[in-house]
Design a protein around this ligand. Structure first.
Ligand code: SF4
Length: 462
């Protein structure tokens, strides 16, 4: 699992649509039959007999952005009005109170993540309010091992931003970059200075942030492998600990803002593959290691250690070194994973605000996982994180005969084995170095919900 080999032909052949498996079952399986009352019941039961040793992960969604990036498919609200965030915070803080009542206060919050939208849309006064609300209702931690992270839009920062975020306990940042090329920036309506952005990487280090991550996107309009390489080189020179290289999915029928990008500016499938290949090769030359899916890290980063010693996990943020904690989702559209369930909040303010006002949890859909779902999730994540599904380990853990239980799935893997993506032997399924860039089609063999109408709607592998 340590080496990854980029096999262009193979990747081209398997470049179909598929889930990213940040959850299993995927969001397609969420339904409105799973209610706020179901969520409350599962949340209370999740505290267990030893809450002090049962840490939580908390995600907070800040949906606002100052301007619209045309490629964006996130749940966001573009606004110039800072008071919109004051109003949102009124309701979010009330949700924090409602959710806080479900979880035992002794449970330490080992992971906290602010995502968006743009969390740095909030002023420091607004962020203070949010942190005060969180610490009033959840057990925030000072443990140096905690992972408290925030997504930063470099365009909405100044020199006081990072010192401030460090002072309120955050110790990880990810910076949205996408591409420094001025033409590409213009065509996606996201203009940001290379110099100012990269200065933030150094400033994050000076302020004690233990891990700095940078997000790039390939497949954006007007990108070519040669032009994108300049961005990759500039970013790698600043030595962020982690890099996420996301694939842009141009789906103008699904996302209105993408209609503002002329189709003819979108790189062809062949060019997009070249973009990805040259990025992988360049990052490898520059000393980054491939973790899986879209993620790269420096060899001394925790993610690489976790990958090598088999403790890597997969969650909504992608790859993580923390065990599979209960995740509380707070704010508009956020998704939580508590006990054997997933739950999602209402997506629009016109529904979220009155629900909170009525004193109700804003959960509107979710899914209660069956024992079969939990088993399949375990197999999928084992393949995506460790690259191995060991029959004896799985059989013991789930009290099954793995080979018998998954005989259809193992037969399904035989085509992938012929193509060299996996090795299926008497004891385990092992992802090959060529298969490491094709984790999705491998994992899909164990997905019980694919087929028919559930096959569409996912992004492509490349
Ligand atoms: S990419 Fe980020 S900053 Fe841009 S519109 Fe989307 S959420 Fe907002």
């Amino acid at each position: 699992m340590l080496t990854a080999v980029f096999d262009r032909d193979l990747i081209q052949r398997y470049d179909g649509r598929g889930p990213r498996y940040t959850s299993y079952p995927t969001a397609v399986q969420f339904h409105e039959g799973f209610s706020a009352a179901d969520y409350a019941r599962v949340a209370r039961a999740s505290n267990g007999p030893d809450p002090a040793n049962n840490p939580l992960s908390v995600y907070v969604h800040i949906p606002f952005c100052h301007s619209l990036c045309y490629y964006c498919g996130c749940h966001k609200i573009v606004s110039r009005h800072q008071y919109s965030a004051d109003e949102y915070l009124d309701y979010l803080l009330e949700e924090i109170r409602l959710q806080g009542e479900l979880f035992d206060r002794r449970r330490p919050v080992a992971q906290l993540h602010f995502g968006g939208g743009t969390p740095t849309f909030l002023t420091q006064t607004q962020f203070d309010r949010l942190m005060d609300g969180l610490s009033a209702h959840f057990n925030l931690s000072n443990d140096p091992e905690r992972e408290y992270s925030i997504e930063i839009d470099p365009r909405s920062t100044d020199t006081s931003t990072l010192p401030y975020l460090a002072s309120v306990g955050l110790n990880r940042v990810s910076l949205g970059v996408q591409d420094f090329d001025p033409e590409v920036q213009k065509s996606v309506n996201r203009i940001q200075s290379q110099q100012d952005t990269l200065a933030l990487v150094a400033q994050a280090r000076e302020n004690g942030f233990g891990s700095v991550s940078v997000d790039l996107i390939y497949g954006l309009p007007l990108q070519t492998a040669e032009r994108f390489r300049k961005t990759v080189d500039a970013v790698a020179e600043a030595r962020p600990d982690r890099l996420a290289i996301y694939s842009y999915a141009h789906l103008p029928r699904m996302f209105r803002s993408q209609r503002l990008i002329p189709d003819e500016q979108i790189p062809s499938a062949a060019e997009k593959l070249r973009l990805f290949q040259s990025t992988v090769e360049r990052l490898t030359e520059l000393g980054y290691e491939y973790i899986g899916m879209d993620h790269f890290a420096l060899p001394e980063d925790d993610l690489v250690r976790a990958r090598d010693n088999g403790t890597l996990h997969r969650n909504f943020q992608g790859y993580s070194t923390h065990a599979d904690l209960d995740l509380v989702g707070l704010g508009l559209s956020s998704i939580g994973k508590v006990g054997p369930s997933y739950a999602q909040n209402l997506k629009l303010r016109k529904d979220y605000y009155p629900t909170i006002e009525a004193g109700r949890l804003p959960v509107y859909r979710g899914v209660a996982c069956t024992p079969e779902d939990l088993m399949r999730r375990h197999v999928i994540h084992a393949l995506m994180c460790a690259g191995v599904a060991d029959y004896d380990v799985m059989s013991q853990r789930f009290d099954i005969d793995f080979k018998d239980h998954f005989r259809t799935e193992l037969a399904r893997l035989s085509d992938l084995e012929k193509d060299g993506l996996v090795v299926v032997d008497e004891r385990r399924v092992t992802v090959t170095p060529q298969g490491r860039f094709l984790l999705r089609p491998i994992a899909m063999c164990f997905d019980a919900y694919l087929g028919g109408e559930n096959s569409g709607g996912f992004s492509k592998v490349i």
